[in-house]
Design a protein around this ligand. Structure first.
Ligand code: AMP
Length: 299
């Protein structure tokens, strides 16, 4: 197996200045795996309730994603609701109904224990660590986290961080985790906690990669119309990890090009609600936007 992701599979309600959707496909594992599927073979691990529409699983499978690690439990699927402000930079969480996600603590099937690359999406840090410990020496492992875990489970989070190779985190969370206001200082402080590669996502301002070779900065693709930023971070992570898995190397060059692939996938994600943009997105459009990034950043 090339790439494994563990994370939420959700039904989302989203309100944005351009519209409103209810009960649509969401969840970090879905955004991640669909974005990564343009670059590599990916397997998703998660849980859904018995109310989860099978058409969503069919969509994931149609992208070539191995969904055998997404199991169904009796109860309701994880549901999340968010509302974006006019600027689209800020959002309010309207509700988080954990449902079957509350007791999610997967035992990886044997077929999933040997991935070369692992991504631990935003879940309880102890569960992230337990999943990582079930895998056999992946080539590169990375994780995400959020304010909720930074505030509530800081010790567990630090323990998990000490075991992964990479952290993909947004700017506010990086500041909160390290109590450093300056992002360069924050990234250094995170590297001291364990991960040798740190990516700080800055929404519409792009992303910064920090590793032992220095700093790499990628812009976000300038788009005229952004419909729904939900899942942009997870799509970024999917593009990033997918590109590393595709090259099957973790060199400074691959990591930098993977940041661009992450930015490409995030830029498509925000063009429509839910995962809808990916339903029609073609591989040649992905290649075209990667080239557009080259043009955007070359001088
Ligand atoms: P992002 O916009 O990258 O933060 O990702 C939003 C996605 O994460 C939505 O599809 C939600 O269903 C999912 N999500 C929101 N809150 C959580 C949470 N506490 N744990 C796991 N997934 C979540």
């Amino acid at each position: 197996m090339s790439l494994l992701v563990v994370g939420s599979v959700a039904l989302d309600d989203v309100e944005a200045p351009g519209g409103k959707v209810e009960g649509v496909l969401g969840g970090a594992a879905c955004y991640f795996s669909v974005a990564a599927s343009y670059l590599t073979k990916v397997a998703a691990v998660g849980v859904v309730g018995d109310d989860f529409p099978t058409e969503h699983l069919e969509f994931l499978a149609s992208r070539g994603i191995d969904i055998s690690g997404i199991y169904t439990a009796a109860g309701s699927t994880f549901r999340w609701g968010g509302r974006y402000h006019e600027s689209m930079n800020d959002r309010d969480t309207l509700f988080t109904d954990l449902g079957v996600f509350e007791t999610f603590n997967p035992d990886l099937p044997d077929s999933h224990r040997d991935p070369r690359y692992v991504f631990l999406a935003n879940i309880h840090p102890s569960i992230q660590r337990r999943v990582l410990e079930q895998t056999r020496a992946p080539q590169f492992s990375a994780m995400d986290t959020m304010n909720f875990w930074i505030e509530g489970t800081n010790d567990e989070l630090r323990q998990t961080l000490s075991q992964v190779n990479g952290l993909v985190i947004n700017d506010e969370e990086a500041r909160q985790l390290t109590e450093e206001n300056n992002l360069v200082s924050a990234a250094h402080a995170i590297r001291d906690l364990g991960p040798h590669t740190v990516i700080i996502k800055r929404g519409e301002h792009g992303a910064l990669l920090f590793d032992e070779h220095g700093i790499f900065s990628a812009p976000a693709f300038p788009l005229r119309h952004v419909k729904d930023p939900t899942g942009a971070g997870d799509s970024f992570a999917g593009g990033f990890m997918g590109a590393i898995a595709k090259h099957d190397q973790v060199t400074p060059e691959v990591l930098r090009s993977a940041v661009i692939s992450g930015s490409v996938m995030a830029s498509f994600c925000v063009e429509d609600f839910s995962l809808d943009r990916f339903r029609s997105l073609r591989a040649d459009e992905v290649d075209e936007r990667f080239e557009a990034f080259r043009k955007l950043t070359r001088f």
